[in-house]
Design a protein around this ligand. Structure first.
Ligand code: CMP
Length: 143
């Protein structure tokens, strides 16, 4: 079953949006199979954002992610990678559609509340970076 990595960034945690974000993904029908609040090491933040290493915002981005706790999660379900990206909205909250998380709650690209994997292969890489397989509990509704 497809999995994606979702991180509620320090601004999302501090604005009290953790519950709202989880609610939106749950109500869509995806399964939360792993979650931890954590302070991120510089090494992990740099590895996670390695693809942006040469971008001008890389330094500020890493500093922000390690500045305060984040909530790291793995979600499972059919088509979850693309669907979660739609629920999250465009990277720049000013361009994100109303009804999306960033569209409803954000105005700054540097404080866009949440990260979601952009492709299935990226999700696999990010999940293995952030979680041990033993920290994940896959389940199916028995109701
Ligand atoms: P995220 O989905 O976590 O992936 C890369 C992050 O870089 C992005 O969200 C933004 O929070 C951050 N970022 C900061 N400045 C920029 C920028 N100018 N363009 C794109 N991403 C940016």
């Amino acid at each position: 079953m497809e999995r994606t990595f979702i991180m509620i960034k320090p601004d999302g945690v501090q604005r009290g949006l953790t519950g709202e974000i989880i609610k939106r993904l749950e109500q869509k029908g995806f399964n939360l199979i792993g979650m931890k609040m954590m302070s991120v090491s510089r090494e992990l933040a740099e590895k996670h954002y390695d693809v942006h290493r040469d971008k001008p915002f890389f330094g500020n981005l890493v500093e922000f992610i390690i500045s305060a706790p984040v909530v790291a999660m793995v979600w499972e379900g059919e088509g979850v990678v693309a669907s979660a990206r739609k629920i999250i909205g465009a990277t720049n909250p000013l361009s994100a559609e109303p009804g999306t998380i960033r569209g409803d709650y954000g105005i700054s690209i540097g404080r866009n509340l949440i990260h979601g994997s952009d492709a299935v292969e990226t999700a696999q890489r990010e999940i293995s970076l952030w979680f041990e397989e033993t920290e994940l509990s896959s389940w199916e509704a028995a109701l």
